[in-house]
Design a protein. Structure first.
Length: 327
């Protein structure tokens, strides 16, 4: 650590970093020049180092504290920090606010400006902004199709989805997206497809009775895991937006109903494709929160979720900026 300059901590691209942390009942501090978290077990304190140069974002849950020195080192490494309740939801803080989410973004005036300039070149045009929203939703469908239909890991976990019903639903949704006239219609289509995916996931895992509900202490395991896992996706989406220099308020779909909606737009690329099936698999297996969270983190890394988010946002920005320039 002593041989590294602060700038060296950013040499690993965010899209190539391996770690997304959720910590609870611990203290985050700097010990021996390294960022660590410490837990108290009886009269002993145990320390674990955090590889900050290889970390994208960190959620601090119930019973956590963090020192100023640790925040300084995390900011140098470009790690986003979010404060949250138990189980990863809801999130609290005071900077970039996304409904209950508030990410403490590393302070940097040297992030790229090219994508922000491309984004604002089309963002004020209603037609082009709708086209961007359609592009995100279309990519969402492609991710679901690929990861639900062709993934061996899901099948090995006992997730046996009716592929014909899935593909038919995705095809219908894709056609409807193309013909949607406004974002309200797109949001309706998004919600309708998610309901269909819930039904397919229930059948694929023999889960039984299920109704989607949020943020309640008496929720069934699948609902709790969906809430928990979605916030992991929001963490990656917030990282994607920060890396590309895009303010969370420049949403293309969720912006009219949620401040900071761009994080929700980007998270949609992976939520239903990765988090949704894993929530039902873990619920049926009787997993604890920690086991579910670890499964999600491993899966998100396996499918290179952050890579896909960044690539999609870059492509949308480039395509719509060219269309705006030629209009």
């Amino acid at each position: 650590m002593d041989d590294l300059a602060p700038g060296d901590l950013k040499t690993i691209l965010h899209s190539k970093r391996a770690n997304l942390y959720y910590l609870q009942y611990c203290r985050v501090l700097v010990k021996g020049g390294r960022v660590s978290y410490v837990t108290d077990e009886g009269r002993e304190s145990k320390y674990w180092n955090i590889p900050i140069a290889n970390t994208t974002s960190m959620l601090l849950g119930t019973g956590t504290s963090i020192t100023q020195a640790a925040m300084r080192e995390l900011a140098k490494a470009g790690v986003l920090v979010g404060f949250c309740g138990g189980g990863g939801t809801p999130l609290f803080a005071a900077n970039e606010v996304d409904v209950d989410v508030a990410w403490l973004s590393p302070q940097s005036e040297y992030r790229p400006t090219a994508y922000l300039q491309q984004w604002v070149s089309f963002w004020f045009d209603d037609t082009l902004r709708l086209a961007a929203a359609k592009a995100f939703q279309t990519q969402r469908l492609q991710q679901i199709s690929t990861l639900w239909a062709d993934d061996r890991g899901l099948r090995q976990a006992g997730f046996k989805c009716d592929l014909k019903t899935l593909q038919d639903a995705l095809a219908r949704n894709g056609d409807d997206i193309e013909h949607a006239d406004n974002t309200t219609e797109l949001l309706t289509l998004e919600a309708r497809l998610t309901k269909t995916l819930f039904k397919l996931a229930v059948e694929a895992t023999d889960y039984g009775e299920f109704t989607r509900a949020k943020r309640g202490s008496g929720l069934d395991p699948a609902n709790r895991f969906l809430d928990h896992g979605n916030y992991l996706a929001y963490g990656l989406a917030a990282t994607c937006c920060w890396v590309l220099g895009l303010p969370h308020g420049l949403a293309v779909l969720h912006g009219k109903t949620r401040r900071g909606g761009l994080v929700f737009d980007v998270a949609d690329l992976i939520k239903d494709a990765v988090i949704l099936p894993q929530a039902f698999i873990s619920a049926v297996n009787g997993d604890e929160e920690q086991a579910f969270r670890q499964a999600c983190i491993e899966r998100l890394a396996q499918v290179e979720a952050l890579d896909g988010m960044i690539e999609t946002v870059q492509n949308v920005a480039d395509d719509l900026a060219r269309r705006a320039a030629s209009a």
